[in-house]
Design a protein around this ligand. Structure first.
Ligand code: NAD
Length: 353
């Protein structure tokens, strides 16, 4: 809730946005004093990594295209060794949250500065949050040292993002902004970004579904994702992110899909207790029932609707509830076992909102 009292820390990052902005990669990398950059990417984006090397020209030291979901500890070690062997003094992370997560781990462990070139809507590039997974345990933390120094957003690179991933990743971004609106550390700056980010994504995602190469829609969505990512980086997330984290960790569910399924249900639950956030969502979605509108958006986008769609069964829920309740955290709607059970049961079955 936005009150008259707030604290706001601006995070120090340079943002370059525009169709074709990736062509500024060498100039922007050099601007940071990087002379030998290692390019990071997932195996699926090896071609893009190659393109980035080409753009970097003489300051490309090589590439490491083994970035993986959840940043496995062994991947961090291997990437660190590769960077050392290549004599790299910085990195260029081109891809989604998994690749940018690896760059953050390298910043943490090896002090390597990074240029991030995001190609999904996850928003990790805007946050000081890092995570490394070892033996199925994900350790996370906040450290400004992991922030990319420069972020280059080029909507052109998102044209290849499959429609399905665009939808789930976009709903993931909307969830960041929704929770920022009712965060204990909300501020007018972040609430303004959140409302604008949600509005952009809600407008752009159906247009992307209709034509995934629509560059205007891609541009609007990426701008929205940037703003929503900035919300995630600046505030403390509530029940939605906690639930998705626990569901993902305990049951191995896919990140963006889990967010997509849970978002309308948590909105229905939390917005009754967060009037300022509800009003902002009403404006952003141009409706009196934002939770229902988010559920309808998911239908239009064809993203998974229920936890059952993700393979979850009823007996898994009590363990999830125990874990969510084990560590108290701020949430506008008070939490108890019964209300959480009802919320999760609705998400399991896809009950109407
Ligand atoms: P991702 O990075 O795993 O990418 C998903 C897949 O899409 C990958 O196979 C990738 O190669 C492919 N892909 C990405 N961009 C593409 C494009 N433009 N065209 C074609 N294919 C493309 O997924 P994500 O949703 O971006 O990120 C999820 C991960 O990021 C999770 O592990 C999550 O925990 C993390 N995350 C972290 C933060 C944070 O603040 N630390 C924030 C958000 C997400």
């Amino acid at each position: 809730t936005v009150t008259d009292e707030f604290a706001y820390d601006a995070l120090p990052m340079r943002v370059i946005f525009g169709v074709g902005a990736v062509h500024r990669l060498a100039e922007e990398t050099r601007r940071l004093g990087i002379r030998r950059a290692v390019v990071l990417a997932t195996p699926g984006q090896a071609g893009l990594a190659e393109q980035a090397r080409g753009l970097l020209g003489g300051i490309a030291a090589g590439s490491f295209v083994q970035a993986r979901m959840h940043v496995p500890a062994h991947t961090v070690v291997e990437a660190g060794q590769a960077a050392t062997q290549l004599g790299a003094d910085g990195c260029v992370a081109i891809g989604g949250g998994s690749t940018i997560g690896l760059a953050k781990a390298l910043a943490l462990r090896h002090g390597l500065p990074a240029v991030a070139v995001p190609t999904t809507y996850a928003g990790s590039e805007m946050t000081p949050i890092w995570g490394i997974t070892d033996n199925a345990r994900k350790q996370t933390g906040r450290d400004r040292a992991v922030l990319p120094r420069t972020v280059i957003y080029d909507p052109e690179l998102t044209r290849t993002l499959p429609v399905h991933v665009s939808g789930t990743s976009g709903l993931n971004a909307i969830a960041h902004a929704m929770e920022a609106l009712y965060a204990p550390d909300a501020s007018p700056v972040i609430s303004a970004l959140a409302e604008r980010g949600i509005r952009d994504l809600v407008r752009a995602l159906p247009a992307i579904k209709a034509d995934h190469t629509d560059i205007t829609a891609r541009s609007t969505a990426l701008e929205g994702a940037w703003l929503c990512g900035a919300c995630l980086g600046a505030t403390t997330m509530g029940l939605h992110h906690k639930l998705c984290h626990v569901l993902g960790g305990r049951l191995g569910l896919p990140h963006a899909e889990t967010h997509a399924v849970m978002l309308p249900h948590v909105a229905a639950f939390n917005l009754t207790a967060a009037p300022a956030a509800r009003d902002a969502l009403r404006r952003a979605l141009a409706t009196v029932s934002p939770a229902r509108a988010l559920a309808e958006l998911a239908v239009r986008l064809g993203t998974p609707r229920t936890l059952k769609d993700l393979g979850v069964t009823g007996p898994a829920l009590p363990g999830v509830i125990d874990e969510v309740l084990a560590h108290p955290y701020a949430n506008p709607h008070p939490l108890n076992r019964e209300s959480l059970r009802a919320l999760l049961q609705n998400a399991l079955d896809g009950s109407a909102i």
